[in-house]
Design a protein around this ligand. Structure first.
Ligand SMILES: N[C@@H](CCC(=O)N[C@@H](CS)C(=O)NCC(=O)O)C(=O)O
Length: 232
């Protein structure tokens, strides 16, 4: 039995982490037997991040390395796609995971209105006496990381413009077909849809939640993916 080490369910999602949801979707379609094990502190994990897959042999960090492992076991998440479609998928996955993701982190962690919600959701496991200073220091590090990555250096208007261009690119595909690469979900949907779902799910009125909720094409796509591959 495989075990997915994941952040817990939050905001009505399988996990607050879109990378954990992506991996759950891959496991669910792989035909392998798997279970979840929830974790809030990833510091003992190989990359100090989640998701991690526990196989009988070892711990595998990183959603892409987990995908590689599942494919080596026989899964084919891009069945029937041409080489060009596989190349387009790879580019869209990078767009989601290396840009949209940081827009979500900015929208959640750098927003004073969202912070009390994150505090209640992610830090309950920490003893009450030290909870506040520990949580504040983690927040400070996350916000610092946004500066290193660069997303927080843009003005709100510039950041919105960069987001719009990415959402336009995703929408251009969705005007053509039910899922990004055709009529059935493939690997790119397992990465992009959880990212959009995470944007929509933050329980506050933020620029990202409003943007996705008001977009019927993208919202319907998120719902369609959740119905196509249900995660209990
Ligand atoms: N490239 C990794 C990214 C995973 C990732 O960024 N996980 C975040 C949560 S969404 C995390 O565990 N962050 C903890 C930290 O950076 O301390 C993957 O694809 O799995």
């Amino acid at each position: 039995m495989l075990t997915l080490l994941t952040y817990p369910s939050a905001f009505g999602l399988f996990s607050a982490s879109p990378f954990c949801v992506k991996t759950a979707l891959m496991l669910q379609t792989s035909g392998q037997r798997w279970q979840r094990s929830d974790l809030l502190d990833p510091r003992k994990m190989p990359h100090q991040k989640l998701p991690v897959l526990r196989t009988p042999q070892r711990l595998i960090p990183d959603s892409d390395l987990i995908r590689d492992w599942l494919e080596a076991q026989g899964s084919d998440f891009d069945h029937g796609l041409s080489d060009l479609q596989k190349a387009q998928s790879r580019a869209l996955i990078r767009l989601a995971e290396e840009h949209l993701y940081f827009q979500i982190v900015q929208d959640r962690w750098a927003n004073d209105e969202v912070w009390p919600i994150l505090y209640k959701t992610f830090f309950t496991g920490i003893p009450a006496l030290i909870r506040k200073p520990v949580a504040n220091s983690i927040r400070k590090n996350v916000v610092k990381g946004l500066g290193f990555q660069g997303v927080s250096r843009f003005s709100d208007a510039e950041r919105k413009d960069r987001l719009e261009r990415d959402l336009e690119a995703i929408s251009a595909y969705l005007w053509q077909s039910t899922y990004l690469m055709g009529e059935t979900p493939t690997s790119v949907d397992m990465s992009v849809a959880p990212m959009l779902a995470a944007m929509r799910a933050t329980p506050a009125n933020t620029p990202l939640t409003q943007r996705i909720k008001q977009d019927k094409l993208l919202s319907d796509y998120i719902d369609r993916m959740e119905q196509a591959i249900p995660l209990s």
